[in-house]
Ligand binder design. Structure first.
Ligand SMILES: Cc1cc2nc3c(=O)[nH]c(=O)nc-3n(C[C@H](O)[C@H](O)[C@H](O)COP(=O)(O)O)c2cc1C
Length: 345
């Protein structure tokens, strides 16, 4: 990295990386190349799970393949995200334990363990996964959408918390608490480092998150619209760039509410759910297929397109290698400028 002024926080210290910025899990979409680009830029990239409906053992093998691909593309620390939420019957899908198991197994390989340093769990409670992860050497980060969940996750022993506001893309929360409310509440309530997510797209968001007490920021939607995301069909990023403020809607996904851009598939899903013509397994397979159709095939009408409210403010594609340090430089400039607002009366 060329010599630059950086931001040092408990997040950068714990992971030994340059920047307090993370690209979060974007499953069930492939994010291997994006994760490597983000990690190579000095932030933390995340490899996402490959699917929610294939047999768990086959999914675990696929995830191991993704991890090995990421290791070939970066020497820097990266993360894997595994959602561990419950379905509407209160059951944790079998793929969660299989994916967590694949990650824990992968870091038994010393070469992988040098790079795969973090597991993020999300969409539910971390306790069961915690038992599998404790002692693996992995830094365990858990994502929450509320302060009580943050306190519980910290008590369960996770190392860091992602506090994700309601405006976030993808899985969001039954009780809508926004990033600006969540940041100060969660950072007051837990002692461990907190990563703030939801609606962040640039250095101003990073400076704001630090002001709210966070140690880092996590971005999802902003990183989708990137030149370094070749695993995704170009139409997905174009759709995000074409979105206007307020276009996004919330639909019922596997774990409850999820934020997406409107498409024919969501209207179809609403009809199917109202008609009760599919059982839980068929519904999950439908959602998985339509999610993949958007990302892999660029089917913007028949596909499901998770994206955050910030879509309405994203109008360009970024090069990750420039965007990440640029975001830090912008945050530093904001913090300097705010210092000049002081006056004595
Ligand atoms: C396309 C897409 C897929 C997502 N998939 C997952 C996922 O598999 N697991 C997860 O924990 N969060 C998932 N999320 C949420 C992101 O990890 C992150 O919390 C969110 O995008 C942050 O808000 P932002 O989009 O405003 O940056 C997804 C988000 C998007 C946009």
């Amino acid at each position: 990295m060329p010599c630059m002024k950086c931001l040092n926080t408990r997040f950068t210290d714990l992971l030994g990386i340059d920047h307090p910025i993370m690209q979060e899990g974007l499953g069930p979409y492939k994010t291997v190349q994006l994760a490597a680009a983000v990690s190579n830029a000095g932030a933390l990239g995340t490899v996402s799970i490959p699917g929610i409906s294939e047999p768990p053992a086959a999914g675990a093998v696929k995830l191991r393949g993704y991890i090995e691909q990421a290791c070939a593309l970066t020497d820097r620390p990266f993360a894997v995200n595994v959602p561990v939420g419950t379905d509407k019957h209160g059951n944790v899908p079998a793929f969660s334990a299989a994916y967590v198991g694949a990650v824990v197994e992968a870091v038994r390989d010393a070469e992988i363990a040098k790079r795969l340093r973090v597991i993020t769990t999300s969409a539910g409670a971390p306790a069961a996964a915690r038992q599998m992860i404790a002692g693996s050497g992995l830094v365990h980060v858990h994502k929450v959408g509320g302060t009580r969940q943050a306190v519980r996750a910290a008590a369960d022993g996770v190392d860091m918390i992602i506090a994700s506001g309601y405006e976030a893309g993808g899985h969001t929360h039954a009780r809508p608490v926004h990033t600006f409310v969540l940041g100060p509440s969660v950072t007051e309530a837990v002692a461990c480092p907190v990563i703030l997510a939801g609606g962040i797209r640039d250095g101003r968001g990073l400076a704001a998150a630090l002001a709210l007490g966070a140690d880092a920021v996590a971005l999802g939607t902003r990183f989708v619209a990137s030149y370094d995301n070749p695993d995704w069909h170009a139409a997905y990023a174009e759709r995000i760039m074409a979105a206007s403020e307020g276009d996004d809607i919330v639909f019922q996904a596997l774990y409850g509410p999820s934020r997406a851009l409107p498409s024919g598939a969501l209207a179809e899903l609403a009809d199917i759910e109202a008609g009760g013509s599919m059982d839980e397994e068929q519904l999950t397979a439908f959602k998985d297929k339509r999610l993949i159709a958007a990302q892999r095939d660029g089917d913007m009408d028949g596909g499901i397109l998770p994206a955050g409210q910030i879509s309405g403010a994203i109008n360009d594609l970024v090069h990750v290698a420039e965007f990440v340090p640029g975001m830090v430089a912008e945050a530093l400039a904001v913090l300097d400028r705010l210092g000049t607002l002081q006056k004595t009366v």
